[in-house]
Design a protein around this ligand. Sequence first.
Ligand code: ADP
Ligand code: MG
Length: 556
Amino acid sequence: MTKRRKPQSELWVTHEVDRTEGATARAANVAAAKSLAETVRTTLGPEGMDKMIVGSDGTVVVTNDGTSILARMDVADPTAKLLVEIAQSQDQSVGDGSTTAVTLAGALLEAAEDLLEMGVHPTTIVNGYRRAGEVAVDRLRAETIDVDPTDEDELRQIGATAVTGKWDDESAQYLSRLAVRGITEVAEGESVDVRNLTLRAVPGGSLRESTVLDGVSIDIGSSSTSLESFSPRLQDTYEPATVALLDAELTIEKADAVSNATISNPSQLRELQSYEESIRVEAVQKLVDLGVDVVFCQKSIDDEIRSRLARVGVLAIERTRQDEMYKVARVTDATLERSVDDVSSAALGRAPHLERRTVGPTELLVVSTAVPGAHLSLLLRGGTEHVAEETKRVLEDCLSVVQLALQGQTVVPGGGAVEFSLACHLRSYAAQTDGREQLAIDSFADALETIPATLAASSGLDPLDTLVDLRARHHRGETTVGVDVIDRSLADMQAKAVFEPLAVKRYALSNALEGATTILRIDDVIAVEQTGDDHRHDHERSGSQHTGGYPWAIGH
Ligand code: ADP
Ligand code: MG
């Protein structure tokens, strides 16, 4: 590696820098990004391998999810960090396809490495990749299959594609059913507000005990919400429940004059105590008179008030998280009030059913909804905490794809079928292209083929034979044929109902392209000793050129 030390001579550099330039910089960047992509690649698809990530603090996470892996790896290399950004942006934008995007970016870089060795200029590669990317994204439309958003079976099948392989087939179908039920119940037409869907992973139990709860669930075991008082009059179930929501503390409001008073003799103290007592009695009596069964309080509740409430059978829940307060308000149609004084019967909410339920190691409070479809909770169960959390991650993917499908998005065949079809299309496009960009377009096609090849390898098929067979089938016009990783053969993905939303594929393609070309364009890596001032300087020098959503990249 050619590294040279630069003196402090340049106008805008006021300190020493380490600098790697030209081909050396590019080769190092490509190698770093490629090796990270390789780690993620082997998790692709239903038969992909899991990775165990052991943190420096001893925490262990077992996952198959590209974004989780990258987010948890302690990636020091700056270019490898670009891959982390690819995965994150994929997840944030469309919710699925992060492994595909990172795998494609890695494959594009690997193919570029060969071209660089052959003496193709990086700019030619970047231009060729850009053209290929545009052609591929355009072509994607032609590969789509329409879905009927009202066909729940089809939605379930799409959801199942996002989760197959993480568990056995029946479990995947089971979870996909939960996801479709969750999404369709909170959907209003095509619009889905996922905030109305709470995903809650609780360790213990089996996956099949996962269920949909109609309403809001509050984890009393792990949230700050506490239920300390015990009284035989407190019920586990209220049917229906009248609820009051307090936005502040539930405590005695001391008048300034009283709280600042200096108590000089026992009779004054008694007077103060009886004053406070009367306020407590009044507050409790008011709630009882209003017929309140449960009080949710955003802050703490005076111990004495809580135990008085418990004695009269009113459940008092303190330190309820703000978002949970709002959810309860929504499902019970209650209004948040500042104090007991402000609570009127119009501010109260009603839940058809409110229940304290022990689930695994924790206790949940389930507030069912009076407004149909206002809120649903998906309760996910699974052996250990790791398994339950992984179930939650996978279900998030499932929910995203079902949501996209429901919103009238069309789908493309999965199992590498669409990538292979795009590759075929690009090869014929390359043949009509003059100059060295042709080579880059062909390399783009090679990179796309790594998706079916990886799926084949993961299920024990020979990747090369699979590509040869795929070519024969696609040339015969069977463009929806892909790798059936479950049956370990080639199959028509449309017949098998292995679909993925168009948006996921389109974003994965452009995301991978953007990431790979950004890395290829860097020919200078300068390590700067950061000071606030110099940082601003650098920005001024490079200008604010657009870097395609990569704020850390150097604009060209
Ligand atoms: P990503 O993070 O990219 O979504 P996944 O591990 O979820 O990665 O794998 C997605 C890939 O697996 C897609 O190419 C999808 O078409 C493929 N796939 C999913 N289910 C099946 C199946 N039953 N048969 C074949 N391929 C499948
Ligand atoms: Mg996926």
